[in-house]
Design a binder for this molecule. Structure first.
Ligand SMILES: O=c1ccn([C@@H]2O[C@H](COP(=O)(O)O)[C@@H](O)[C@H]2O)c(=O)[nH]1
Ligand code: ZN
Ligand code: ZN
Length: 237
């Protein structure tokens, strides 16, 4: 995990992940703190072979301008950018265009090798690593996606509580769930710890909590059968 913090966390980097497969690395979300988090792991954007985006909030895409510029002018290669089709236009028009547009570069394709993802369809982004975008509820009127990885690992990114989805995923073979967790209610746009604690223990055992605020240490031992994802730790499933 590059970071495990909420949008406003200061003790933790933004909730972004690196996925390793077959000697290559994909980045899942690239927030404001991603360049510094990579640096602290002695990595650069040149170590990234694919980028996947969940939704347009700065803690998930705020590092993309630097990513784009570094690949264009420093490393001189175009990284595959896997992005759900409905996000492509707003990602450029509402977030990146202001910094990246210049006379000779007028679109996202001038910086990234854009690969549209279709909701519900699995796509191999690295050898041995396939992601399936699942549209989930986060902010009204704002497309946002969670990902099922290789059919067995669910990464919520940012989503409101959806117990039915979690039960369905497990029924269909999902083994591990990395879920965003708002420690204190109300969970206006996220899932709260209390909501996750309402799930049966057998389901909680598969859940790891991420996207938490700076008070996380106070909640150690108060999360039922669920565990906290730790920043900069590598998990193998
Ligand atoms: O309707 C809203 C929209 C946003 N917020 C707050 O902002 C952050 C947005 O960042 P996320 O990465 O989606 O967390 C969210 O956590 C809320 O704290 C809100 O409260 N209501
Ligand atoms: Zn977020
Ligand atoms: Zn968000």
């Amino acid at each position: 995990m590059l970071g495990t913090g909420s949008a406003f966390a200061k003790r933790y980097y933004n909730n972004n992940a690196l996925l390793f497969s077959d000697g290559q690395t994909a980045m899942l979300d690239c927030g404001i703190t991603a360049p510094m988090a990579l640096h602290h792991l002695n990595k650069t954007f040149n170590d990234i072979h694919a980028l996947v985006i969940s939704h347009i909030h700065a803690d998930h895409v705020g590092g993309m301008e630097e990513f784009a510029f570094q690949m264009k002018f420093v490393f001189k290669r175009s990284v595959p950018l896997f992005v759900p089709a409905p996000l492509i236009d707003p990602l450029w028009e509402t977030t990146l265009k202001g910094g990246l547009m210049q006379e000779e570069f007028q679109s996202l394709d001038d910086y990234f090798d854009v690969r549209p993802l279709q909701e519900g369809l699995s796509c191999e982004i690295l050898p041995g690593l396939a992601v399936r975008p699942i549209r989930t509820k986060h902010i009204a009127g704002k497309p946002s996606y969670s990902y099922l990885v290789n059919g067995t690992f669910f990464y919520s990114a940012d989503m409101k509580f959806d117990a039915d989805l979690l039960h369905t995923l497990v029924d269909e073979g999902c083994q591990v769930i990395f879920h965003d967790c708002q420690l204190k209610p109300p969970g206006a746009v996220h899932t709260t710890l209390d909501q996750l604690l309402s799930l049966p223990s057998a389901l909680q055992e598969r859940i790891w909590l991420m996207h938490y605020d700076d008070t996380m240490p106070h909640y150690e031992g108060k999360t039922g059968a669920m565990r906290f994802v730790e920043q900069h730790r590598v998990y193998s499933f």
